[in-house]
Design a protein around this ligand. Structure first.
Ligand SMILES: Nc1nc2c(ncn2[C@@H]2O[C@H](COP(=O)(O)OP(=O)(O)O)[C@@H](O)[C@H]2O)c(=O)[nH]1
Ligand SMILES: [Mg+2]
Length: 215
């Protein structure tokens, strides 16, 4: 890999009640770097203990306020040059996936890589080329992420990242992650609770632009 000399990499993993899957994700991340940070805010299960047991540094916030604040706290807990963001509910992840995400950003050809699950034709789809999707699997420089307005205030931070990609003319592209999948909310939380959580998430995502529009 054509990494800049002495570049450092951290993996940050926001996790809310992910005790079933977080250790596997931490284990893969630790094959890449010892700087692995799990940010849990008010998980009521053993996410923090399990993540610590797997060798991650755990940032614990007492109140649940969302993925954005968790990412923001994790970014403050490292000074690495490059950040790999991963969800805590992934299955099928390997070191090769992380290297594939990192490579174009380390090489300087992209400002952000966005990992997408195998989805036949998705990546060449026109709409998806114009508007980055909502994947939590991304690599960017820490300094770029720190410049994303509202990142730490949004429960679901992807629209804030998309807005900043557009505003800064950043170079981004998709990297397909073969064989990676996630445990869906309906399975993690039970059908109705999961479906309610999904509806709330879409509402937050869809209202981002209206909520953040300048007066
Ligand atoms: N710390 C923290 N992490 C969260 C929160 N909500 C979601 N996450 C994490 O963000 C990632 C994506 O969330 P998820 O619920 O899987 O959303 P989906 O993949 O879009 O269905 C997972 O690792 C979650 O554990 C939260 O309130 N706090
Ligand atoms: Mg998920």
């Amino acid at each position: 890999m054509s990494a800049p000399a002495h570049a450092t990499v951290a993996v940050i993993i926001p996790a809310f009640n992910e005790e079933e899957t977080v250790a596997v994700v931490v284990n893969v991340a630790r094959q890449l770097t010892s700087d692995v940070i799990v940010a849990s805010d008010g998980s009521s299960d053993n996410t923090a203990q399990v993540a610590r047991g797997a060798g991650a540094q755990v940032v614990e916030l007492s109140e649940n306020s969302g993925k954005g604040p968790a990412l923001g706290a994790a970014l403050q807990a490292t000074d690495a040059d490059f950040i790999v963001m991963l969800d805590a509910d992934l299955t099928g992840l390997t070191l090769e996936h992380l290297e594939a995400l990192l490579e174009p950003v380390l090489a300087g050809t992209l400002d952000m890589s966005i990992g997408v699950f195998d989805g036949g034709g998705f990546v060449t789809d026109w709409g998806n080329k114009l508007t980055p999707n909502l994947s939590g699997q991304r690599v960017a420089r820490r300094s770029w992420l720190l410049g994303v307005p509202h990142l730490s205030e949004e429960r679901w931070p992807e629209p804030a990242i998309t807005a900043h990609l557009k505003a800064t003319g950043a170079r981004w592209d998709y990297v397909v992650l073969p064989n990676v999948a996630q445990v869906v909310k309906e399975k993690k939380r039970g059908f109705w609770k999961g479906a309610r959580a999904r509806t709330k998430m879409y509402a937050q995502l869809l209202t981002y632009r209206a909520r953040r529009k300048k007066p």
